[in-house]
Design a protein around this ligand. Sequence first.
Ligand code: SF4
Length: 389
Amino acid sequence: MDTRTLLTRLIAPLGVGDELAGHRVVEVSEAHGMRLVVARGETRVFLDVDALDPSFAFAAATERLAISYRGADPSRPITGRDGRALAEALASRLIVNEARVLESLAEEARSARTSSEGTARIREVQVAHALEPGGEGEARFDTISPYVGCLVGCTFCYAQERLHRTRALFSLPTIAWGSWVDARVNVADVLRGELTSGRDPRPIKLSPIVSDPYHAIERRFRLTRAVIEAIRDDGRRDALLLTRSAIVRDDLTLLLDARAHLGFSIPTVREEIRASLEPRSATIEERFAVLADARALGIPTFAMIQPVLDGDVVPLADAIARTCDSAQLDVLRGTYGAAAIFEGPALADLARADVQAELVMTLRDALIARGVRVWDGELPPDLMHPPRA
Ligand code: SF4
């Protein structure tokens, strides 16, 4: 069961279009864990549902679930009173279904086919949904995640805390981030159905939120490949892939046929920094080599630099200019499991907020001077327009 289906069952019969504490339910989402999106006028509110863990803050709780809230738009904040009223109204809805739904979930989790890949544990799971909507206005897109859990195992990955709590709901044991994966084995079949269902043909993003689309297990399951084949066969959607893995090289011809954009996360040209933060990712040299080959084939390429981890940005700017059409930059937004590395001698100065802001500006100028288009937000500018004919 995917987590969107889980939340749908937990809140039933409440659904999209219904009223909750003076707001309208507009979306049930799993892109960032279990999330209900509600709105009143122009104000949209995210209500996140997680396994109850007293060490995390929450606004309301049931026996096993915790609800937190935040405004979707920082310029339209929600009052604490409204937020608590929404969280409590949702809790009262969850209480009705919680025991029955979570028991059936645990039963399903116990019956999933499992196997090992080295030291990693793999579960094969089925999903009922493939595409998750995201973005606003011209930057609307859908995301798709062929896997949940990631064998790259970056120490700073912000997905790990949330996914560990979601696994608790499935009554699955807590094991180290980077050592488990749920492979959504029917995701491409579900996607093919959704692509022909008359939905708005937004660009589709395969980018790390809950997994890397090309982590090592892709060579066994080829789920990302099957997803891109479905997008290619449909022909109405643009696609964007972001990865830290050179396994994407297996599919460059397919990406070209699907007219997909390919990006790599590249925070630094210093290999020792990459290795300390991303133990099982492609080397920096491999990433630039794949980007160069992709670009030579005619695939639009980009670099995602977030955060900037080079004090001297010139070598990074030069390498990006040789291999990428565009770049997206951002500062450090949290260290998660890598706090000790970011506070250590190699990175402590670079990780300061004022230094990060300065580095982003300097790198931005250096890239623009070299002819690289720099963009902000979730999509490159050429994917933000109405879909291709
Ligand atoms: S590759 Fe992405 S999803 Fe995987 S561990 Fe690293 S940051 Fe997380």
